[in-house]
Design a protein around this ligand. Structure first.
Ligand SMILES: [Zn+2]
Length: 157
């Protein structure tokens, strides 16, 4: 899988990370599928209130409403514009997914839990007020988690 992030969104996320300081923030990722296995993250939800220093739990009601709005904005063209996964920040430690992150994402793509068969986890951290660290990991049903490359074209990440 190849992943891009729009410049505008990367800038917004950077500003949000600065604003949140040492509090974890996060939300869900909305993407456009450019071709098979190639996605551009075009929007995301951001929750400033559910996080703490070390954990992030998003509010499903709020985020589901945002997902519906995204579908409306993109003409319910689900094959092209859809949910891609989750994101959150690790303000105080490395962007490597924690064991809890891996467990939650693995459970998200399991049969019976939801109709989602794959999802990306994007973890971000801002350092020295401008340097953006990022990791992206693909969780797919019946597969081990795989690191995803974020295209250099995105530059900011
Ligand atoms: Zn985490």
């Amino acid at each position: 899988m190849r992943l891009e992030v729009t410049h505008a969104l990367a800038e917004r996320m950077r500003a949000d990370l600065k604003r949140a300081g040492r509090q974890e923030i996060g939300g869900i990722l909305f993407a456009e599928q450019l071709e098979p296995n190639r996605f551009k993250i075009v929007d995301c939800s951001t929750d400033f209130h559910s996080g703490s220093h070390s954990t992030f739990r998003r509010d499903p009601v709020v985020h589901n409403a945002l997902l519906r709005q995204f579908f409306e904005r993109t003409g319910n063209d689900f094959r092209r514009f859809n949910y891609l996964g989750e994101w959150h920040s690790h303000p105080s430690f490395s962007v490597r997914p924690s064991p809890e992150d891996v467990a939650e994402m693995t459970s998200l793509v399991q049969v019976g839990k939801s109709q989602i068969s794959f999802a990306v986890l994007l973890v971000l951290r801002i350092r020295f007020h401008f340097w953006l660290d990022a990791s992206a990991t693909l969780f797919a049903r019946d597969h081990v988690p795989a690191r995803v490359r974020i295209d250099a074209a995105t530059r900011l990440i």
